[in-house]
Design a protein around this ligand. Structure first.
Ligand SMILES: C[S@@+](CC[C@H](N)C(=O)[O-])C[C@H]1O[C@@H](n2cnc3c(N)ncnc32)[C@H](O)[C@@H]1O
Length: 386
């Protein structure tokens, strides 16, 4: 980060030391079995069985990809392992082939398992339809339900079973609807006393207890702007904005995934929160139009928490060029990736070509939060001010 920021900003460091403090890692209150979501792929196992459900190891380049079950992983709860094992048993008994490479046919794809602290379980099965007719697909959907609800898979005690016909790595609900085959349409979770509805397509932090630590950290870092306005960019189900809402005058959230926006609106109402507004669309489209016309009260802060792809430069431009935005809190699960490009854009020199003309931000403080115990990854909270 020092190297990158020194290259294109006025930031200078003393002998490679960061010119701003990094606080000690905020620990996760739970270390084992904390994951509330796991996605298992289907591929050839170590024994060569093409219907193996688990995680890939190896590389495409090395032509040595195999799927391993991951039952040894300490961060995954037993329920996820059970649903995985059952799915493997189910697809091995199915006459349909697995879909390993999209161009090579086959049907059974990944399975996602979601659990919550109340003990509920949602499973989402992804299926490539290839040339099957809707009636033919119905037969396999029915056998999946029969297996998980009446058959051997009933040990999983699923509360919801979804099915998505998907021909791409990831399809949104609008691309291809999540079909509820059985049970409850949503799963719920509680964070800092607020209840959150989570839809099949929505993001939710993978470690509930560490998410509480993360949001408490963010609230602490934004203490000077209490009773101000918070822009919650890439807001998911509204978790940050709603958790911080009692300390704020107003929250405006922006989110791409439609089901997540609907969750965020629902969640505000569910918790009797009246000062949050959630807008649907790409932040790079919504924010530039919104930010200049926006009526805000008190100090304006932005919390941005994009996916690994980072923020589009139009979002950066809108934020950087808004003179009233003095503090920006950037939360990233992969700060060494695309987020670094964003740090450079926010903290770098004026860029006339891309019209980054607003005063540059300076990093003030970094706080890592251990969202992913047993892995080398950490969520980074970076406070930028000007
Ligand atoms: C890491 S999640 C953070 C969600 C939320 N802040 C939370 O703590 O639960 C990133 C979110 O950004 C959304 N997203 C990705 N690209 C986006 C874009 N271009 N515009 C708006 N939202 C986007 C994703 O759908 C996802 O919900």
């Amino acid at each position: 980060m020092i190297k990158h920021l020194e290259q294109d900003s006025s930031l200078s460091s003393n002998k490679g030391e960061l010119p701003f403090p990094i606080l000690p890692i905020v620990p996760s209150p739970v270390r084992d079995g904390y994951r509330n979501k796991s996605t298992f792929s289907v591929n050839k196992g170590v024994d060569g069985d093409p219907k193996t459900v688990g995680f890939y190891i190896g590389t495409g380049k090395g032509r040595d990809i195999v799927c391993v079950h991951g039952d040894h992983l300490l961060n995954m709860p037993a329920k996820h392992k059970l649903v995985r094992r059952c799915y493997e048993e189910f697809i091995r008994a199915s006459p349909l082939r697995p879909c390993i490479l999209f161009h090579d046919g086959g049907h059974w794809r990944e399975i996602t398992v979601r659990t919550n602290s109340a003990g509920n379980t949602m499973a989402i099965v992804y299926f490539h339809p290839q040339n099957l007719s809707p009636e033919e697909i119905d037969v396999h959907k029915a056998s999946l339900v029969e297996y998980y609800i009446e058959g051997p898979g009933s040990v999983c005690q699923l509360d919801s079973l979804y099915f998505q016909e998907s021909t791409m790595t990831r399809c949104s609900h609008e691309d291809s609807p999540y079909q509820l085959l059985y049970g409850e349409p949503h799963i719920y979770e509680e964070i800092l006393g607020f209840k959150f509805r989570i839809s099949a397509d929505s993001f939710f932090q993978v470690n509930r207890d560490a998410a509480e630590a993360l949001y408490t950290t963010v609230a602490e870092l934004n203490k000077d702007s209490e009773k101000g306005t918070l822009l919650d960019v890439c807001c998911g189900t509204g978790a940050i904005g709603i958790s911080l809402s009692p300390r704020l005058k107003k929250v405006i959230g922006i989110e791409l995934i439609e089901q997540a926006v609907q969750d965020a609106k629902y969640n505000a109402a569910l918790n009797g929160v009246e000062n949050c507004e959630f807008l649907s669309g790409k932040a790079e489209v919504v924010l530039p139009n919104l930010i200049n016309a926006m009526h805000f009260e008190g100090t304006l802060t932005a919390v941005v928490n994009p996916s690994r792809a980072g923020l589009h430069y139009r979002v950066i431009r809108a934020l950087r060029n808004h003179p009233d935005l003095q503090r920006l809190i950037y939360i990233s699960c992969k700060p060494e990736g695309e987020a670094m490009r964003n740090f450079r854009e926010l903290c770098g020199k004026t860029d006339l070509k891309r019209r980054f003309t607003g005063e540059c931000f300076k990093p003030k403080l970094a706080v890592p939060v251990d969202m992913f115990p047993h892995t080398p990854h950490c969520e980074l909270v970076l406070v930028l001010e000007r």
